[in-house]
Design a binder for this molecule. Structure first.
Ligand SMILES: [Zn+2]
Length: 300
């Protein structure tokens, strides 16, 4: 079995076929997936999906660094806190730091402040946190040390789509961080070096769907879909038999684009196993067990 440690089933791209996506995941031996909300506007959809598929979808909600500007002035912290009170199994994130989207100095300060508040809530409520980090691993490490209590943080901290410097892995591991690898590992030697630095008991895998479709799954559509089609499916050969690759209409220019989904996790698992020179079955089992430890708890 495989556990998708990070995806976004609530995003509009996947809505025409979200049920088909969950069913395909179950058929392809991905019975569990963490669905991450990115801003208060999409939290309701995340929670709804988790209620609809309570055994498969683990809900997690937070304010992603790309959405911090919209959060200014709103009571996102009060809403997040209320949801955490109501749902003892709810996780925190996606939140984090992104220097590529830092904007002006004040927006970077807002990113840091929003992250600090997530870490305080995680400490108070003892919930796992899923973090996004781009070009800011030094600042992230400082924030974790300053605001998560107690350290090492028992519920676990997930560094999603990890691409940080290999030499920083031990520092994060000491705080009880887990390192989640996406299809980036199939396409980047730098990420492979980071993967090779990670202790096996901290390794996770994810699709980050609907983004990060593995390149080999970009199979062209055989024919242009009919005008009223909401999505179109082709098939690819994978570890667990033939898997669907679905095309949806792009919101920007109306063209058909292939999207990633949790049933594609096997390709990431195979890639990770190959980079580490270990059997696929071993990576499948240990990443599943690690994810259960983080997301199922016990957290206190
Ligand atoms: Zn994400």
């Amino acid at each position: 079995m495989l556990f998708d440690a990070h995806c976004h089933l609530q995003l509009p791209k996947l809505q025409p076929m979200v049920r088909e996506c969950v069913e395909a995941a179950l058929r392809h031996r991905v019975p569990k997936m963490v669905c991450n909300g990115c801003c208060p506007d999409d939290w309701g959809r995340v929670l709804q999906l988790a209620d609809e598929f309570p055994h498969a979808i683990y809900p997690s909600i937070g304010v992603h660094p790309w959405w911090v500007e919209e959060s200014i002035g709103g009571d996102w912290r009060g809403q997040l806190s209320a949801h955490l009170q109501q749902r003892p199994r709810l996780c925190i994130g996606e939140c984090g730091l992104d220097k590529a989207r830092r904007g002006n100095k004040s927006l970077w300060d807002v990113q840091q402040d929003v992250l600090r508040q997530h870490l305080e809530l995680a400490s108070n409520e003892q919930r796992p946190v899923s973090l996004h980090c781009v070009q800011a691993y030094g600042s992230l490490l400082e924030q974790l040390k300053a605001h998560l209590r107690p350290l090492p943080f028992t519920p676990g901290i997930v560094l999603h789509s990890f691409a940080g410097p290999p030499e920083m892995v031990p520092d994060f591991a000491r705080l009880n961080c887990y390192f989640s690898f996406s299809s980036l590992v199939l396409h980047s030697d730098k990420v492979v070096r980071s993967l090779q630095a990670v202790p096996l008991d901290r390794l996770l895998i994810e699709t980050d769907s609907p983004d990060q479709l593995p390149q080999r799954l970009t199979i062209p559509l055989a024919a242009e879909p009919t005008q009223d089609a909401t999505f179109q499916t082709v098939e690819a050969d994978g570890m667990e038999g033939r898997a669907p690759v679905r095309y949806v209409r792009s919101e920007s220019d109306g063209s058909w684009v292939a999207v990633n989904e949790p049933c594609h996790l096997g390709w990431v698992c195979e890639g990770v196993a190959k980079c580490l020179g270990r059997p696929v079955d071993e990576i499948r089992q240990l990443t599943y067990d690690n994810a259960v430890r983080v997301f199922d708890g016990p957290w206190t």
